[in-house]
Design a protein around this ligand. Structure first.
Ligand SMILES: Nc1ncnc2c1ncn2[C@@H]1O[C@H](COP(=O)(O)OP(=O)(O)OP(=O)(O)O)[C@@H](O)[C@H]1O
Ligand SMILES: [Mg+2]
Length: 328
């Protein structure tokens, strides 16, 4: 069902033996979690030690696997080599807040500014980007630990994923700027103060440097087309197509490697007879039109087309079934 010149999922993975980090994005409800799960199962079956990680704030992974994988990497029953980890977002955010608080307290003391850190922490962490940034840091921490051969991230809706990756360049810019001002401020302080030692410890500066370095390291990994791939999931329907079209443009702009497109929930026309309900026949006709559009827009990028199953996809057996179709 793939376009003539398109690599299948299997061929694509075979052509990238160093592939290590894959992501699934797309409109809400199109099957990102299911496909991340299926890809993780398929890679584990190919002998890699795989971590399936979710930064979604809902318990979608545990639900799909029929097993509690919340809060820590947990071996998935029935699939050797596979671990799943539903990241505790609240804990991650709290930890991040605490770290920021310590840094702000230190800075206030250092700069001899009177005031309570709490107020500053509140204003720094009220920013909606703060939670995303905490989750992003958590994700790259998992990547840097390097305990698995292969990572599948069931990312939050892709608008965030793209923003998060775009953020790594913004972080670098921002931290370099901060470091510049810190240097200038420190020189001022040295000039104005006779009592201070010349070599003063500066944990905030150390933190900024290590932060920038981590972001740069993450960017190197996440923009390496041999190691990283983002897959976009769509349905043969107008809105999900429009969404991934936009994402693909953004990602190309940011130089983030695109693994390809997976079409999900296609009704197999050969299963629908002439006598089928009008509703179903219309649906099939509509899907055929959108399949043509998908071919026109993404042709060589389409890696797999998966059927609409008779029920939702839950449990290891159905995931294995999905995995074998994804990697057919
Ligand atoms: N090919 C399919 N056939 C039948 N049901 C499917 C198929 N793909 C996904 N589903 C079901 O559709 C629902 C949504 O799938 P899933 O949770 O993977 O989507 P999602 O993109 O991760 O959603 P969200 O944006 O909420 O995270 C689930 O109940 C899932 O079991
Ligand atoms: Mg999901």
């Amino acid at each position: 069902m793939n376009a003539q010149n398109a690599l299948t999922m299997r061929e694509f993975m075979d052509s990238k033996p160093q592939m290590k980090y894959i992501f699934f994005g797309g409109k809400g409800g199109v099957g990102k979690t299911v496909l991340a799960g299926a890809a993780a199962v398929a890679m584990a079956q190919r002998g890699k030690r795989v971590l399936l990680a979710s930064t979604n704030p809902v318990h979608s992974l545990s639900g799909m696997l029929g097993q509690d994988v919340f809060g820590k990497a947990t071996p998935v029953e029935g699939v050797p080599n596979l671990w799943a980890h539903e990241i505790d977002t609240r804990e991650t955010i709290e930890r991040s807040k605490q770290e920021i608080k310590e840094k702000i307290e230190w800075f206030l003391k250092y700069a001899e500014i009177k005031g309570r850190a709490d107020e500053f922490v509140e204003s720094a962490t009220m920013n909606p980007a703060f939670e995303e940034s905490a989750m992003f840091e958590n994700m790259i921490e998992i990547m840097f630990k390097d305990e698995y051969d292969f990572y599948v991230f069931d990312t939050a809706p892709t608008a965030n994923a793209r923003r998060l990756l775009g953020m790594s360049s913004v972080y670098s810019l921002w931290v370099n700027k901060m470091m510049q001002s810190r240097k200038e401020a420190q020189q001022m302080k040295l000039k104005l103060s006779f009592s201070r030692k010349k070599e003063e410890e500066d944990p905030l500066m150390d933190y900024l440097i290590s932060f920038r370095d981590r972001m740069e390291r993450a960017k190197v990994l996440l923009t390496d087309p041999e190691k990283t791939a983002f897959f976009f999931v769509t349905l043969p329907e107008a809105l999900p197509i429009a969404v991934i079209k936009r994402f693909i443009n953004w990602f190309e702009e940011f130089g983030i490697p695109i693994g390809g497109v997976v079409v999900n929930m296609r009704i197999d026309p050969s299963q629908v007879s002439e006598q089928a309900d009008e509703f179903v026949r219309n649906r099939v006709k509509m899907q055929a039109e959108y399949m043509e559009e998908i071919d026109r827009l993404f042709g060589p990028m389409v890696r797999a087309v998966l059927p609409l199953f008779e029920t939702e996809i839950r449990g290891i057996d159905m995931l294995k079934r999905t995995a074998s179709l994804l990697f057919a």
